[in-house]
Ligand binder design. Structure first.
Ligand code: ADE
Length: 232
């Protein structure tokens, strides 16, 4: 699967893409993660991407033209050798605009979006983005939660992680088995404990639940089931 992030702050995403499981998924060619500087699609000397809002008011607004050119330029062009061979309903590209007023991102969106060949993510910044991007360029306007961030870069990382871990072989064996059995419902695992068996925290001794030390696998399984949650 291919991710294309369009941003005016590409550095924020660089270290993210070079660490841990996201880096490994790229090495294994499970994902291709590309970061694009929006200023690349400007023509003027100052590489202008924003302008003052019509109607007046404070702040600047990201303009349509660079964003439109960027999306057109990174979008996968699927020209199958024989169009009849392309399966009906094959999902190719999805263009996402991140904004605080978008629809809330959920686990079921992550699952749905993981079926596309390419996700193009537009990161909003400043006071806003020309509304015509949301209406006519993006397929979806998404918010990662009911709070306002500086821009869409952190949401792009959130979505990339949530989608990547659902792709076959992106996570380790144990986890993928776990995913398999809970495919239809978002599954939040039971709490985990490791050594030491007891430890003083803020003056109080905190112990690992007894059942986990019992060696009784039946009881442990029951406890784990009781303590796990489902998220749809
Ligand atoms: N941009 C600013 N706030 C945001 C949020 N909560 N989700 C997505 N994009 C945003």
């Amino acid at each position: 699967m291919r991710f294309d992030v369009i941003t005016i702050l590409p550095n924020i995403l660089e270290s993210f893409s070079q660490e841990s499981l996201i880096a490994r998924a790229q090495k294994k060619k499970i994902i291709f993660f590309n970061v694009h500087n929006l200023r690349k699609w400007t023509k003027d000397r100052h590489k202008t991407v924003d302008d003052r809002p019509y109607g007046g008011g404070a702040g600047m607004v990201l303009m349509v033209p660079p964003i439109m050119k960027a999306v057109e330029s990174v979008k996968l062009k699927m020209i199958p050798p024989n169009p009849l061979l392309q399966k009906r309903g094959d999902k190719v590209s999805r263009v996402i605009l991140f904004s605080a007023k978008g629809k809330r991102f959920t686990q079921s969106d992550a699952r749905r979006l993981s079926k596309y060949k390419q996700l193009i993510m537009i990161c909003g910044r400043y006071e806003g983005v020309d509304e015509r991007v949301a209406r006519h360029i993006a397929d979806e306007e998404i918010s990662i939660g009911d709070y306002v961030l500086f821009g869409g870069e952190v949401p792009a990382m959130v979505m990339t992680e949530a989608v990547t871990r659902l792709l076959p072989n992106a996570v380790g064996k144990i986890e993928s088995v776990e995913q398999e059995s809970h495919k239809k419902i978002g599954y939040i695992e039971h709490p985990h404990y490791t050594r030491p068996e007891e430890i003083k925290i803020k003056g109080k001794v905190r112990r690992v639940p007894k059942v986990l030390l019992s060696g009784n696998h039946n009881e442990i399984e029951k406890w784990r089931k009781r303590k796990s949650k489902f998220k749809s």
